[in-house]
Design a protein around this ligand. Structure first.
Ligand code: AMP
Length: 570
């Protein structure tokens, strides 16, 4: 397949803000893609020649890339620099320079997707003496054979910023319509493999049957199972038919541990590779996991060694860093608490009931106190005992309890009523920030309040729920203003329905966990979701949540219903 076909689709995607139109461009592209080249096309659509969970960079700096562009277009680096200052995007610069290319190349070979994919994929592997020049030569080789539009997207791919607005979530629907399969089936296959390139290749090659063969594999993170919220112990017991496994709810970083021989990898909820950030638990995990190959699920928490109490969530977050890891290990030592097993040697455990998975977990873990432990668990049915366990957990400083249905399978990527979180806290919602208003007085010059939205699951659109101007420290407001300036748009994002006049509109990317006292109905002309929050307050930024994972309008409506029922009881 010619790379030009892909680059032309990218160009269309860049200039098509609408969700539906973008979808049809991708569907057309996938229909034209031969099965054999499907993986490459999907990965390049997502911007990198390797899946998102592999933390790799091309290792090519902007300066080197400028040299490659200059070389291919027959201009000096100074000329590239000059245009770069005007245009601000090296991809666009490459396109413009190639359009008026001075050098005439003798034979122009047509670029294939395969050639571009392989050259870019090889870049991180080029190391050692003279590697900078060899990298430049490899990119220049592509650019010399490129059309201007091809050059634009090759450059952006190497930089790692494709700017065509295609997030992973979009691919589910596009792959489903391109191959005539239900979106749910595609989603399930994705939950197991976390890689749309594998899913698309399988369905392109053998249809729905091909998807059935896909399964979990060590080294490929599985989408983690999530929990619903319960209001009361009675509700938990009712939903779990009188008895459940109760576990401490630890407030840390969810990690999936993959063991493949001696190799241990840690993946987060968003399938990022965190292995390098936590070298202090890698050795202990290697020792603790008895099987040769396994996938287990757990939470990384920071415990204050003096008091034995968990440190606040913000402390564990400080461990997410690329530099000065050693010093931070001493300041914030972490331990890992394991609570589930997805695979152990030849046994895939996803379809086993939770009791069996827990038994297996107990068999395969050699606990190392203060490093690798099993989450504390009690199988309980009496409300008093549950209450006591809950108070004990909270006293220690944990968030509450997680109740788990003993018979439930591991539902990858799903948030169902078979895992229920029980927190004493007041309600919170995870909402997406879509607009901002400047503050006054001390807060002048900074955004002082934000407009928050919930996602309509059916249309994929974000609809506003509240304007939230409290819960921030002055420091935070300054910091947030910096973050949001980068996401600022001239008018509301095309996926956002908003009636409130804001000073600024943002790309719907950042999620605020927001506390509130009550949900109210709201006129559509105020809040497009038709719900509003009373006394909203920011709890924290949910850095571990993507906008697509924020609470939906259905969640808001469900909470509203529950609240009305509770009120009726009083
Ligand atoms: P939430 O993030 O509020 O939806 O709560 C679910 C999260 O609680 C999971 O993703 C885990 O990170 C965390 N968690 C803490 N303790 C447990 C546990 N014992 N079992 C499962 N998840 C837990």
């Amino acid at each position: 397949m010619r790379y030009a076909t892909l680059a032309e689709a990218f160009e269309k995607l860049e200039h098509t803000p609408s969700y539906l139109k973008k979808n049809s461009v991708i569907v057309e592209l996938l229909k034209r893609t031969p099965a054999e080249g499907m993986e490459r096309v999907i990965l390049l659509l997502l911007g990198r020649p390797w899946p998102a969970y592999i933390s790799k960079e091309t290792g090519v700096g902007l300066q080197q890339l400028k040299k490659a562009v200059a070389k291919a277009a027959g201009y000096s680096v100074a000329e590239v620099d000059k245009l770069m200052k005007q245009v601000g995007d090296l991809g666009e610069v490459a396109k413009q320079l190639l359009e008026k290319k001075r050098q005439t190349t003798l034979s122009v070979e047509q670029l294939t997707v395969k050639k571009v994919f392989e050259n870019v994929k090889q870049l991180p592997e080029i190391t050692g003496e003279g590697s900078v020049d060899r990298k430049i030569a490899s990119i220049a080789e592509l650019l010399t054979s490129s059309t201007p539009i091809e050059a634009k997207f090759i450059v952006r791919t190497v930089i790692g910023d494709l700017r065509i607005g295609v997030a992973e979530g979009r691919l589910r629907d596009a792959i489903a319509s391109a191959f005539g399969v239900k979106p749910g089936v595609i989603e399930h296959a994705y939950m197991l493999t976390t890689d749309y390139s594998i899913v698309a290749k399988a369905v392109a090659t053998s249809g729905e049957k091909g998807l059935e063969k896909l399964g979990v594999a060590v080294g490929h993170p599985v989408n983690p199972m999530l929990a619903q919220r319960a209001e009361t112990i009675d509700e938990v017991l009712e939903r779990m038919k009188g008895k459940a496994a109760f576990e401490t709810k630890l407030d840390g970083i969810r990690v999936q541990v993959h063991k493949d021989g001696d190799k241990i990898s840690l993946f987060t909820r968003r399938m990022e590779d965190y292995t390098k950030m936590f070298p202090d638990v890698i050795g202990p995990l290697r020792q603790a996991l008895k099987p040769k190959r396994a996938i287990v699920d757990g939470e990384l928490v920071a415990i204050d060694k003096r008091t034995g109490k968990p440190m606040p969530f913000q402390e564990v977050l400080k461990r997410r860093r690329k530099y000065e890891i050693k010093q931070t290990i001493e300041q914030i030592p972490v331990e890992i608490h394991l609570f589930d097993v997805l695979m152990s040697d030849g046994n895939v455990m996803l379809d086993e009931p939770y009791v069996e998975r827990r038994k297996m977990l107990e068999r395969i873990i050699r606990e190392a106190k203060g490093k690798v432990m099993m989450t504390e668990q009690r199988v309980l049915s009496k409300p008093d005992e549950i209450k006591e366990f809950m108070s004990k957990s909270i006293e220690i400083g944990h968030e509450g309890l997680l109740a788990k249905d003993l018979e439930a399978s591991y539902r990858a990527g799903r948030r169902e009523f078979v895992w229920l979180k029980l927190k004493p806290m007041l309600e919170t919602l995870d909402l997406v920030v879509v607009g901002g208003l400047y503050g006054k007085g001390k807060r002048a010059g900074f955004f002082g309040s934000y407009v928050l939205a919930a996602r309509d699951e059916e249309s994929g659109r974000y609809k506003t729920v509240t304007k939230c101007g409290s819960g921030y420290t002055d420091e935070e407001l300054k910091e947030f203003t910096k973050i949001f300036k980068k996401l600022q748009l001239k008018k509301p994002h095309p996926d956002v329905d908003i009636e409130i006049d804001c000073h600024a509109y943002f790309e719907p990317r950042i999620v605020f966990e927001t506390y509130f006292e009550e949900i109210q109905k709201s006129p559509k002309l105020k809040h497009t979701s038709r719900f509003g929050l009373r006394f909203p307050r920011l709890v924290r930024i949910r850095e571990d949540r993507r906008a697509e994972e924020a609470n939906t309008i259905k969640d808001v409506a469900d909470l509203y219903e529950r609240q009305q029922k509770r009120k009726a009881k009083v």
